[in-house]
Design a binder for this molecule. Structure first.
Ligand SMILES: C[S@@+](CC[C@H](N)C(=O)[O-])C[C@H]1O[C@@H](n2cnc3c(N)ncnc32)[C@H](O)[C@@H]1O
Length: 346
């Protein structure tokens, strides 16, 4: 699914923008492939035969990777695409961009720990737009926070880990007075909602999650595999459906003795503005009736504000530069790297 905020720019422009703005810092290969597609009338013609929501660059690139496309010059990639077009088209139509980034737990952890400490009780977590649910295990991963002079390490109790599956170490550069915890918060219940939950025990779904990681980012693929191994020990409850339709019933299942936190990362871009307003209202009611906390980790154009507007007034693009704004209970607390790699406390 393309972000609801993606607009309907021409297909070639969409690929050119992806190849010049989004991809270069993370994947020279995707930058080259995307620019190659933008300048290739035959490929653009084929892509434009798909529904608009299936034309986004990351989807076709991930579909090709899923089918085995290796890092290569655009000419070779083009041959691969044309030779496998029916398969590429099948994957594009049956899959969506559902990247699941466990690394985001590094930017959520300080807020989660702060909530657990303030409440004096363990946490129950609900992630909306959870994909495969890998961000539901912040208590099971290891962390390394680095402010340039000091490295703070946190790790789960080694006795609680299986020897076969060491936790991924989530590394995050911090700036400002980040309230780094001294221990990991206890999580007693975890559940997620997704339009299409991915199954960490289904090799096809796992293959798709790997294909969604950009080609050169081997460290993210390794982290994904480690996070999947952790989640496979005790898979989270994942409910299929729309976040607005499923949230209240799922929240009612959370143990009442735990502090409930509803959170989301990189999801609201896929939800239209009326859906975001409805979600904000639902969260408000849950907070009043259930005392739940809310963490929103999203790009600035899609943040659901109390007044229904979608832009946080004090934040502008120049400050965020593609990063996410982290809000706790509606209040901006930090600027977070989109994959959890940086955390600047406000
Ligand atoms: C980019 S992924 C992010 C996954 C996860 N939050 C993370 O940070 O790794 C966005 C996810 O939101 C889900 N999603 C989008 N709109 C949704 C909706 N209205 N209700 C439930 N899930 C939704 C998609 O299916 C997808 O799995």
């Amino acid at each position: 699914m393309p972000p609801a905020s993606a607009g309907r720019a021409g297909t070639a422009d969409w690929y050119r923008n992806f190849g010049t703005v989004d991809a270069p810092g993370s994947s020279p290969c995707y930058a080259e492939w995307s620019l190659g597609i933008a300048d290739d009338p035959e490929l653009i013609r084929r892509i434009e035969q798909w529904p608009h929501k299936k034309r986004q660059p990351l989807l076709i690139l991930a579909a090709a990777r899923f089918l085995g496309a290796e890092i290569s010059p655009f000419g070779e990639f083009r041959e691969f695409l044309l030779a496998r077009w029916n398969d590429v088209s099948r994957i594009v139509h049956s899959r969506a961009t559902q990247t699941n980034e466990a690394g985001r737990c590094a930017t959520l952890l300080p807020s989660l720990a702060r909530i657990a400490a303030a409440e004096g009780r363990p946490l129950a977590l609900i992630e909306v737009g959870a994909s495969a649910g890998l961000a539901l295990f912040p208590d099971k991963y290891a962390y390394e926070y680095d402010d340039g002079t000091t490295v703070t390490r946190l790790a789960p109790d080694p006795d609680a880990q299986s020897a076969a599956a060491g936790p991924p170490v989530l590394r995050c550069t911090v700036e400002g007075a980040v309230p780094l915890p001294t221990e990991l918060p206890a999580v007693v219940w975890r559940a997620g909602i997704d339009l299409n939950p991915l199954d960490i025990n289904d090799p096809d779904d796992v293959g798709w999650l790997e294909a969604l990681i950009w080609p050169e980012q081997d460290f993210r693929r390794e982290r994904l595999r480690q996070a999947i191994a952790i989640a496979q020990q005790d898979p989270p409850l994942l409910v299929a459906g729309d976040l607005n339709e499923r949230l209240v019933a799922l929240a009612a299942k959370a143990p009442s003795e735990a502090a409930l936190v509803v959170f989301h990362s990189a999801v609201m871009a896929y939800v239209g503005s009326s859906g975001r307003r409805a979600f904000r209202a639902k969260i408000g009611r849950l907070a009043a009736e259930r005392g739940c906390h809310w963490l929103s980790n999203e790009g600035h154009t899609v943040i659901a504000q109390a007044d229904g507007s979608v832009v946080v007034p004090e934040m502008d693009d120049a400050r965020l530069r593609g990063r996410f704004l982290l809000l706790q209970d509606g209040v901006p607390v930090a600027i977070a790297g989109p994959h959890g790699q940086t955390l600047e406390w406000l």
